[in-house]
Design a protein around this ligand. Structure first.
Ligand code: UD1
Ligand code: CA
Length: 449
């Protein structure tokens, strides 16, 4: 039987934040959710999340799951105290108990599996992950004696000599739960932090083993925002490396961010300062950026999107967008279309080969195939209470500065005169024009005041 306990009760004082530490996010996902996702892959029988500081907020951040049980640690007297509370609350203390710090978010399931294997093969009381860090500041130092761990000394309790030890405790432990529960209540808080340390269990248990990992990136703990940013960098570097090896070019890698869910095709060029977020899929041969933000959207092949923002939308093939366009949710831009500078599109479908080239707002609209929307055209979709639709048929030519007062329905091959305010529907092949005729007064002189 495998149980997991995730320590997430601490305040995270060093974050200087009103939000619990484990709810801070890296690449869009909270630290706690990352740790949960890693351990779920091991298919444990049950997962205990120890919460305390702002426990309600922490609990509400996690989607319901039959395997997940919350245990409240109040007050928070240290990592050892958290497990004391768990041991009292859990029905049975048996099998293996994998304990994970909620603030070590990049731990990989593969590494956890390695730890479980070592633990089983050596029939250990506790096995834990260690690594040698060039700068071990802030971590507990691990002291070995032969094949076993003799003790762990926290940074704040180290003497000068102990502080030189570079072997650190990563905060990832596998316990024989039965044996742990026999000694857990004997932990003391006679240390410089007056806390009950989980790390003191290693000297109380007989068979304590270390699994030393070379690549310490996944073991980065987060106590402050410098370390939070370090983790973000680690995760982003790994992601971009993956995409580059799959055929994506980054012109200025450091200035871009990519979500873990994003899929990017071959021969895509990502220009500087471009951010691909959420569930976004970009197909082959696109050029995205510079200065572009795309979230939860699909972008077809051969698209060029520069200096623009796209949310929750579908951009089909061979489309040029930008510079300075804003494609808002539920928009679909069909193939061979062009959206030019300073254009906002919202909840609209533009059929193939349509063009909105300059300074327009197209909201709640259906624009037919090969229709050209002149510069400055606005769909006035809101009457103060409700949103209404604008429909423009295919092959239409909309004159510059046309305002459509929705709801409005124009047929196919319609032309509108520049500067018209269109309030009535019009049929196929018509010209809709609504403006006063120009009057020229000759030899006109300004009145003197
Ligand atoms: C801990 C380890 C240290 C290790 C480091 C790895 C102890 C005593 N020290 O130190 O050896 O090198 O992690 O990152 O365990 N928490 C609770 N209840 C509490 C206190 C903390 O649930 O009463 C949770 C925190 O929310 C956090 C985790 O336990 O997620 C670790 O606590 P933290 O105070 O950050 O421990 P470190 O000082 O980093
Ligand atoms: Ca920590």
């Amino acid at each position: 039987m495998l149980s997991v306990a995730i320590l997430a009760a601490g305040k995270g004082t060093r974050m200087e934040s009103s939000m619990p530490k484990v709810l801070h996010k890296i690449s869009g996902k909270s630290l706690l959710q990352r740790v949960i996702d890693a351990c779920v892959e091991l298919n444990p029988d049950q997962i205990f999340i120890i919460t305390g500081h702002k426990s309600k907020e922490v609990q509400e951040s996690i989607p319901e799951d039959k395997k997940i049980h919350f245990v409240i640690q109040e007050p928070q007297l240290g990592t050892g105290h958290a497990i004391q509370v768990l041991c009292k609350e859990a029905k049975e203390n048996k099998g293996k108990l994998l304990v994970l710090n909620g603030d070590v978010p990049l731990i990989k399931p593969k590494t956890l599996n390695k730890l479980l294997k070592l633990h089983d093969s050596k029939n250990a009381d506790v096995s834990l992950i260690t690594t040698k860090k060039k700068n071990p500041h802030g971590y507990g130092r691990v002291f070995l004696k032969g094949d076993f761990i003799e003790k762990i000394v926290e940074e704040k309790d180290c003497n000068n000599q102990e502080r030189q030890n570079l072997l650190i405790n990563a905060g990832v432990y596998c316990f024989n739960w039965g044996n742990l529960s026999k000694i857990i209540s004997t932990l003391k808080s006679n240390n410089n932090q007056n806390e009950i340390y989980l790390t003191d269990t290693v000297s109380l248990l007989k068979n304590s083993l270390s699994l030393e990992i070379d690549d310490d990136r996944e073991l980065q703990g987060i106590n402050n925002r410098v370390q939070l940013s370090k983790c973000e960098e680690i995760i982003q570097n790994l992601l971009k490396e993956k995409h580059m090896l799959n055929g994506v070019t980054f012109i200025n890698k450091a200035s871009c961010t990519i979500s873990e869910e994003a899929e990017i095709g071959k021969d895509v060029i990502i220009e500087a300062n471009t951010h691909i977020r959420g569930n976004t899929r970009i197909f082959n041969n696109c050029v995205i950026g510079p200065n572009t933000f795309i979230e939860n959207s699909i972008v077809g092949v051969h698209c060029v999107i520069s200096n623009s923002t796209v949310y929750d939308s579908q951009i089909m093939d061979d489309i040029k967008i930008g510079p300075y366009s804003h494609i808002r949710p539920k928009s679909k831009i069909s193939s061979y279309s062009k959206i030019g500078n300073f254009v906002e599109i919202k909840n609209s479908h533009l059929e193939e080969e349509s063009k909105v080239n300059h300074l327009s707002y197209i909201g709640d609209s259906l624009i037919g195939k090969s229709t050209n929307i002149g510069a400055g055209t606005i769909t006035a979709n809101f009457d103060g209470q409700k949103k209404h639709q604008t429909k423009i048929g295919k092959n239409s030519s909309i004159g510059a500065n046309t305002v459509f007062v929705a709801p409005i329905n124009l047929g196919e091959s319609v032309t509108t005169g520049a500067g018209s305010v269109i309030t009535k529907d019009s049929k196929d092949n018509s010209l809709a024009i609504s403006r006063t005729k120009q009057v020229n007064i000759e030899n006109w002189k300004k009145k003197k005041p």
